[in-house]
Design a protein around this ligand. Structure first.
Ligand code: NAD
Length: 386
């Protein structure tokens, strides 16, 4: 009987794993790919859609361009994993998919930390539909605004998602000359709190040049239909509220019989979880690394990890020893609208830089990913949107 390998998710981790597995799986192995959408989204460029919805076609890749004809694609939302029966539950059990080995690459979902009103009244940016909704909301707010009654847009959480989104909203405002105030609010003392002061300063400067008001050192404590409350600051009224305050594991993994932290599956450095038939990587995993910290929930880490997890699935099938993976931090590249900042990039002797080189580097990274998954022709077609 054929060995059944199932990959869950079409993000960097899932799409990368499928791509690499297809190169390696031999006779007698069936590959099934399960995802809730029939495309891969280059998520770290999804904020571009906020400014211009036409970009969506350049940063989405249909699964048919990634999956080989021999790979079965099942479209549906993964809602559970039964490790005793070795079955993936899709769409609340409407469909089930059997496996011998499963690779969990489901990404993450927005964390609300139990803050009242947040889930109800905010937009999030975790997929293409989200980005399109934010675009519509910002456009509507801009249309309704007047010089005396300016549109109020609040981005909550100044991690890289919040910073990049605020930058795109500012580009939209400027392009349409909309009377609009944009606030970027952060609970901690500085924006991009895990970053070092050099990149924080460079990002702050660009955000301010883009006329984005930065409010730090005070957490959002509650949201109502059109007002946000803080611990200390006076409340802010809003027309559009985008919450980018962090990520957590998928509800689909709630109750799964695999060791996990907030639904992110604990994995060894070889991606094996407490169940040897279940591999996990990307944002849906907490992957052990030498030292204190697990691998970060970034596109870069998922991209690197996908290559090794594919090898390891093949090794597991063949009864060979698995390889281990160590995350290599190749630096951070962030856009703020039309400008970008690069920091600690391994190919550069300069620690932090912006301008044309940073912008080209950001485009190059996204293009390289698209080319790896499909072709340089597709990457080149996307170039102006990146
Ligand atoms: P994040 O967790 O990095 O940032 C969330 C921010 O929200 C934090 O700064 C946090 O202090 C703040 N916050 C939390 N609760 C708050 C509250 N109540 N009030 C105000 N602020 C609050 O989340 P993210 O930006 O979505 O990023 C997730 C991961 O993806 C990170 O590892 C990030 O580095 C990565 N990422 C990378 C890129 C890139 O490389 N260009 C882009 C986007 C995301």
């Amino acid at each position: 009987m054929a060995t059944k390998v199932v990959v869950l998710g079409a993000g960097y981790a899932g799409a990368g794993t499928v791509k690499d597995l297809q190169k390696q799986l031999g006779q007698g192995v069936e590959l099934t790919w399960v995802a809730d959408v029939d495309y891969h989204l280059v998520l770290h460029e999804s904020h571009r859609v906020i400014r211009d919805p036409a970009v969506q076609h350049k940063i989405t890749i249909p699964v048919g361009e990634i999956a080989d004809p021999g790979t079965e694609f099942v479209r549906g939302e993964v809602t559970g994993l039964d490790t005793d029966e070795r079955v993936v539950e899709v769409d609340d059990g409407e469909t089930t998919v059997d496996y011998d080995y499963v690779v969990v690459a489901l990404g993450s979902q927005t964390a609300y930390y139990g803050i009242p009103g947040l889930e109800e009244y905010s937009h999030t940016l975790k997929g293409l539909d989200d980005a399109l909704e934010i675009h519509e909301a910002v456009k509507d707010a801009a249309q309704d605004a007047t010089r005396d009654d300016r549109a109020q847009v609040v981005v909550g959480g100044a991690g890289l998602s919040g910073i990049q989104s605020a930058g795109e909203i500012a580009e939209f405002r400027d392009k349409h000359r909309a009377p609009m105030d944009i606030y970027l609010v952060e609970a901690l003392e500085e924006i991009f709190p895990p970053g070092d002061p050099e990149i924080q300063g460079a990002l702050r400067k660009r955000l301010q040049e883009n006329d984005i008001e930065i409010l730090t050192d005070d957490p959002i404590t509650e949201a109502e239909e059109d007002v946000i409350h803080f611990d200390e600051r006076d409340p802010i009224d809003f027309d559009v509220f985008l919450w980018t305050g962090g990520v957590t594991g998928r509800d689909a993994m709630d109750g799964v019989d695999v060791e996990n932290e907030h639904n992110r599956l604990n994995a060894e450095m070889d991606f094996r979880t407490s169940d040897e038939r279940v591999f996990a990587l990307g944002d849906s995993a907490v992957i052990d690394q030498p030292g204190e910290h697990p691998a970060p929930p970034t596109a870069q880490a998922a991209w690197q990890a996908a290559e090794v997890v594919a090898d390891n699935v093949v090794r597991a099938i063949n009864g060979q020893r698995l390889e281990t993976w160590t995350h290599e931090d190749k630096g951070t590249v962030v856009s703020v609208g039309e400008s970008a900042v690069a920091h600690d990039v391994y190919i550069s002797p300069v620690t932090t830089f912006g301008g044309f080189p940073a912008k080209m580097l950001k485009k190059g990274i996204a293009a390289r990913w698209i080319a790896d998954l499909t072709s340089w022709k597709r990457a080149w077609n996307a170039w102006d949107a990146l």
